[in-house]
Design a protein around this ligand. Structure first.
Ligand SMILES: Cc1cc2nc3c(=O)[nH]c(=O)nc-3n(C[C@H](O)[C@H](O)[C@H](O)COP(=O)(O)OP(=O)(O)OC[C@H]3O[C@@H](n4cnc5c(N)ncnc54)[C@H](O)[C@@H]3O)c2cc1C
Length: 380
């Protein structure tokens, strides 16, 4: 490593690792070494994401992360193709109380969100079926979607321009020097000595720390996304989260849609095994019921990627790992890591560089938090 300053090694060059390397360079003058085993990102969540951003979370920390990240995304809106459009959460009688509780939290934290009774919902979106709807929640600002690949490349380019080194290397072992990590060993025998190590290895983070005796509840959970063509025109269509859990949003001249998987979930299920039955049996009926105009839609493509799911509370594990002097985590984003990458990268960079949280306090996401930080507003 040629730069002065601490030797920081980041395992994982996805959007989280790249964003952290970018802010280390930009705000702290530190050139990190980023180990990425697949520079094509073929299986990385960051390359397979639906890349949407919302303010409608149920926890203060996620709302704060969305607010700060949105400000960054707006600054590069053109580069990443940011479309600002709301999320629309639909609730039946069973979901009404949760929607009201989330709304109270969101309003208290300044989120621009409104509850809509069925008649008001229908007036705003005449193409939506409201028969079974008790209440809806619509984000009025600060939500939308963007091109995730462009955001990943933005952070990569900025990090490299600032002096970071992206090395194609498969990290196989964190070298345990008794309470601290002395470095990282790669499959080809290379060793990267380190003053501090950040594990940002997405869905594979647990595997990396398991040999240290650390049992992280982060698992690779496959999520299928279906690309839809439809003659239906849905003016002002937001990202809709249906009562069934099925979601859809505009994408290009069509739409994309997904749903929570059915039944028990395998760890790291093959990404090429798209569950077409999920579309036929669950997604299509829900879409046709919700939007009569969707009856003539058809799927033109599908892809799958891994949510890096924290199976305990669906929230990220971020910060120094207790019991280790220089081992940090940023993983387990459970389906909302793309939108939070700017704020997470900035915060983690500050912790690595200074030993304290600046700009944003990520302590609520501490890997050793004493109680689960349950995020109720999880999408599939
Ligand atoms: C279908 C789908 C839809 C999604 N929709 C959204 C959304 O709408 N909004 C949102 O905010 N988020 C969404 N997400 C989640 C979001 O994409 C992820 O949270 C985010 O991309 C995680 O980034 P990451 O850098 O932590 O992980 P990754 O992008 O997976 O990067 C981790 C990297 O680490 C590398 N790596 C792993 N192990 C090693 C090792 N041992 N040595 C070297 N390198 C290693 C991998 O190759 C990988 O490139 C979605 C995800 C999926 C799959």
């Amino acid at each position: 490593m040629t730069s002065a300053g601490p030797r920081l090694v980041i395992v994982g060059g996805g959007v989280i690792g790249a964003a952290t390397a970018c802010f280390l360079a930009r705000e702290h003058g530190i050139s990190a070494t980023v180990l990425e085993r697949d520079p094509s990102y073929a299986r990385a969540s960051s390359a397979l994401s639906a890349s949407s951003i919302r303010q409608q979370f149920s926890t203060a920390i996620n709302i704060a992360l969305s607010r700060e990240s949105l400000a960054y995304l707006r600054g590069i809106a053109e580069e990443i193709g940011l479309v600002e459009r709301g999320y629309l959460y639909l609730a039946s009688d069973a979901g009404r109380d949760a929607l009201v509780a989330n709304h109270a939290t969101q309003r208290a934290l300044g989120v621009d969100v409104v509850l809509l009774e069925p008649a008001a919902l229908r007036a705003r979106f005449p193409w939506i079926g409201v028969e079974d709807i008790a209440l809806a929640s619509l984000g009025l600002a600060g939500e939308g979607w963007f091109d995730g690949w462009s955001l990943l490349q933005h952070f990569r380019r900025a990090a490299i321009a600032g002096g970071a080194r992206f090395v194609p290397a498969d990290a196989t072992r964190l070298v345990d020097a008794g309470g601290r990590i002395a470095g990282v060993l790669a499959a080809d025998g290379m060793r990267f000595d380190a003053d501090a190590v950040l594990v940002a290895a997405g869905a594979w983070s647990s595997k990396l720390v398991a040999p240290l005796g650390v049992d992280l509840p982060v698992r690779a959970r496959k999520r299928d996304v279906f690309v839809l063509e439809s003659p239906a025109a849905l003016p002002g269509c937001p990202l809709v989260v249906d009562t069934s859990g099925v979601w859809f949003r505009p994408e290009g001249s069509g739409f994309i849609a997904g749903a929570p998987p059915r039944g028990d979930e395998a760890d790291e299920a093959p990404l090429d095994a798209i569950d077409h039955g999920l579309f036929d049996d669950v997604i299509w009926p829900a879409l046709a019921r919700r939007v009569p105009g969707f009856e003539a839609l058809r799927t033109s493509a599908a892809w799958a990627g891994y949510y890096e799911m924290n199976t305990v509370d669906h929230n990220a594990l971020v910060g120094p790992l207790a019991g280790w002097r220089n081992l940090h985590l940023a993983c387990g984003f459970s389906g909302h890591g793309m939108q939070h990458a700017p704020a997470i990268g900035r915060g983690v960079a500050a912790m690595l560089a200074t030993g304290a949280w600046h700009a944003i306090d990520l302590a609520p996401l501490a890997p050793d938090r004493s109680a689960p930080l349950l995020e109720r507003n999880v999408i599939g």
